[in-house]
Design a protein around this ligand. Structure first.
Ligand code: SAH
Length: 255
């Protein structure tokens, strides 16, 4: 861990860890807008719309910490360190993250870093990509005819502190459930292969990719477990994208 500086508790009031929603700027909560309006400094990720950033006061420091094409984002530790430094010099610091701050995206680590320094941290939830996509498609994730369970998974191979943070796709049980895979686009081929190793007869189970959910350039690619990879290649699918697996897709008008 980097050495964190001393906090000036006479200055510090609050750090807000805010979910900015999936893309459409109108899917921001009123609570998030009110916090942004007070911000002295804002740390934001890629995919946060300009309209949302504009709620911050004109003189607020706006600091981009997301990934640029070809470049890596700031290491997580540096983001945490920066948050703490800013919180020491400014009454209100906002950390804006896509979707919901506690659904993937490492908001939990930032919360821990900030609170471990004794700083006040308020978490403001956001609409996670899965819920944004479902709403904009008219796709009920728990439609009574098809699904009694919703599972949010990561498709990104990443090692957490205490576990190998990667689902075992060969063990998924697809029936009567809706699986929504975040960060899974580049892994679709291996995910489909793993699923089919233990799920013979599931080749035609519905699968779907939703790109840029809730944004004007939202796009969907619909197929089955066995052909979704080829369809994604054909359509040149790009990130950010969700991979959805579930019978609920059968209700989708295009099928
Ligand atoms: N905290 C975020 C998720 C961060 S992980 C949330 O709650 O939504 C980043 C992944 O989220 C992306 O790889 C993609 O799988 C998904 N994602 C984020 N925004 C998206 C969007 N507008 N459309 C589709 N997928 C999106």
């Amino acid at each position: 861990r980097l050495k964190y500086m001393m906090i000036n508790f006479e200055v510090h009031k609050k750090v807000y860890l805010i979910g900015a929603g999936p893309g459409d700027p109108e899917l921001l909560t009123i609570k998030a807008v009110n916090a942004l309006k007070k911000a002295n400094a804002v740390l934001y990720d890629r995919l946060i719309s300009k309209e949302i950033l504009e709620y911050a006061p004109k003189n607020a420091a706006m600091i981009y910490v997301g990934k640029k094409k070809g470049n890596h984002s700031l290491p997580q530790e540096e983001i945490c360190n920066l948050l703490i430094q800013l919180a020491s010099k400014n009454p209100y610091v906002v950390r804006l993250k896509g979707g919901d701050p506690f659904i993937f995206g490492r908001g939990g680590e930032e919360y821990e870093a900030v609170t471990s320094m004794g700083l006040n941290c308020e978490v403001i939830p956001g609409i996670t990509a899965a819920m944004g996509a479902a709403a904009s498609l008219g796709l009920s994730l728990t439609h009574r005819d098809h699904s009694s369970e919703v599972v949010l998974l990561t498709g990104h191979k990443q090692i957490g502190k205490n576990m190998t943070n990667y689902p075992d796709f060969s063990k998924l049980i697809l029936k009567n459930k809706t699986h929504i895979i975040y960060m899974g686009l580049s892994q679709v081929e291996s995910i489909a292969k793993d699923i089919l190793t233990n799920n013979s007869g599931m080749e035609n189970f519905p699968a779907m990719i939703v790109e840029n959910a809730t944004l004007p350039n939202q796009r969907t690619i619909i197929g089955t477990i066995s052909n979704i990879y080829n369809k994604a290649i054909e359509a040149k699918a790009v990130s950010p994208a969700l991979v959805i697996l579930g019978e609920v897709i059968r209700n989708f008008p295009v099928l």
